[in-house]
Design a protein around this ligand. Structure first.
Ligand code: ADP
Ligand code: ASP
Ligand code: MG
Length: 408
């Protein structure tokens, strides 16, 4: 008998009919003799609707209260799915994050899971129940409701799979696996049957939202394979992607996929003193404000001054710019400027480790299309560039063609 954790995303539970279809699938897995724990997201559109309500009342209001509101979508779906399962004769029980308990730190809206108490779930599984857990939510030490960031139900599922030592963590969504790029942007993207956790980690961190990055980090750290499947397919012989350890993968392609992120903003401060500690003086206040910085470039100094550029999420652009310009005044900077219509495109593949010239090929392909590169960052298995947002789709398609990914 196996223990399976399944996660169903928003579109998979988007209507009562879809919820009934999920219940049927869960019962099929259960009737094959498996123990099944199900994690669900809110119905599609619901989390956005809740954020809309918050913004209509208090966009800059208390983060604690915002989490009280945005976490409710998942409470509805655990109840509905449990009822659907019971209607079909299956003994099911719902759990909120707090009831489990999924303990997190207190960073509202981007909380990290610290531990999961699996004792109640184990008792209920032993009693033959199917367990339905609310994704995306937890509680901190004080019992405040927290949420794990957009797409966070993936992380709940992987963390539960790790805690319960599940045999498999299945992520059901609206695509039948991971593709060489987002199939909504490049319709001839190729399906990837198997890829490494490292590649998925890089793709997720570069913007492939098919899996939340924290979920992949968890899976990587605890060696938990993830299978991505479509909840719209029949179970038998359906396509899927297994995301697993690199050693389990024979084929090491140079470029596995193209990831992108359109939510970038770039900030620049020019003419700051070129001396020890200046990077800390510039980025310290940004990180104190809990703003995550992605790419960073410092120019070679001249005349004892230098220029400093970095990127942040577009939602944090205004706040970051205000802080940066304040720092600029203190440091006597020449100028503080920015652009919030930027995007990032990345190529990812473990085969890059042993191949030179991949970055040059990428830059050449973008140049042929007249796309200007604003920033570059590389890792062992990735090359990422920041470009103007208006060129994003063109850049993704160009790179997908350049590396023959439609044929992979
Ligand atoms: P869910 O609501 O089930 O969590 P998401 O919308 O979060 O679903 O993730 C699935 C979506 O991820 C797909 O519909 C697809 O548009 C997008 N996506 C982005 N990059 C990729 C990729 N490389 N492969 C497959 N899907 C991708
Ligand atoms: N409902 C949350 C969101 O829309 C969490 C999730 O779907 O994973 O981001
Ligand atoms: Mg998702």
């Amino acid at each position: 008998m196996a223990l399976i954790v399944q996660k169903y995303g928003g579109t998979s539970v988007g209507t009562p009919e879809r919820i009934k279809a999920v219940a049927e699938r869960v019962i099929r897995w259960k009737s094959k003799g498996n123990d099944v724990v199900v994690v669900v997201s809110a119905m599609s559109g619901e989390t956005n609707r809740l954020i809309g309500l918050i913004n209509a009342i208090s966009p800059s209001g208390s983060a604690r209260e915002k989490d009280v509101i945005v976490s409710t979508g998942e409470q509805v779906t655990i109840g509905l799915l449990s009822l659907a399962l019971q209607e079909q004769g299956c003994d099911a029980k719902s759990y909120t994050g707090g009831q489990v308990k999924v303990l997190t730190d207190n960073s509202h809206s981007k909380a990290r899971i610290e531990s999961i108490d699996d004792s109640a779930i184990r008792d209920d599984l032993a009693a033959g129940k199917v367990i339905v857990v609310a994704g995306f939510q937890g509680v901190d030490e004080q019992g405040n409701i927290t949420t794990l960031g957009r797409g966070g139900s993936d992380t709940t599922a992987v963390a539960l799979a790790v805690a319960l030592k599940a045999d498999e963590c299945q992520i059901y969504t609206d695509v039948d696996g991971v593709y060489t790029t987002d199939p909504r942007v490049v319709p001839n993207a190729s399906h990837i049957p198997k890829l490494s956790l490292e590649e998925m980690l890089e793709m997720a961190s570069q913007g492939s939202k098919v899996l939340q990055i924290r979920a992949v980090e968890f899976a990587h750290k605890y060696d938990m394979p993830i299978r991505v499947l479509s909840s719209f397919d029949k179970d038998e012989n359906c396509k899927s992607t297994l995301v697993t350890r690199e050693e389990d993968i024979m084929e090491k392609v140079i470029v596995r996929g193209v990831a992108f992120n359109r939510d970038e903003a770039q900030l620049t401060i020019t003419g700051v003193p070129d001396e020890p500690g200046v990077a800390h003086k510039i980025l310290g206040p940004i990180s104190d404000a809990n703003i995550e910085v992605d790419m960073i470039v410092q120019n070679v100094g001249s005349d004892n001054t230098t220029d400093f550029t970095f990127t942040v999420h577009r939602n944090e652009y205004d706040k970051a710019k205000e802080i940066l310009c304040e720092t600029g005044n203190k440091l006597g900077a020449r100028e503080c400027s920015g652009d919030n219509k930027m995007a990032k495109v990345s190529i990812v593949g473990v085969g890059m480790r042993s191949h030179a010239g991949v970055a040059a090929t990428m830059f050449g392909a973008l140049a042929k299309e007249g796309i200007n590169i604003r920033m570059i960052s590389t890792s062992e298995i990735k090359v990422a560039v920041v470009i103007d947002e208006k060129y994003l789709e063109l850049a993704v398609r160009t790179l997908h063609d350049e590396f023959d990914l439609d044929k992979s």
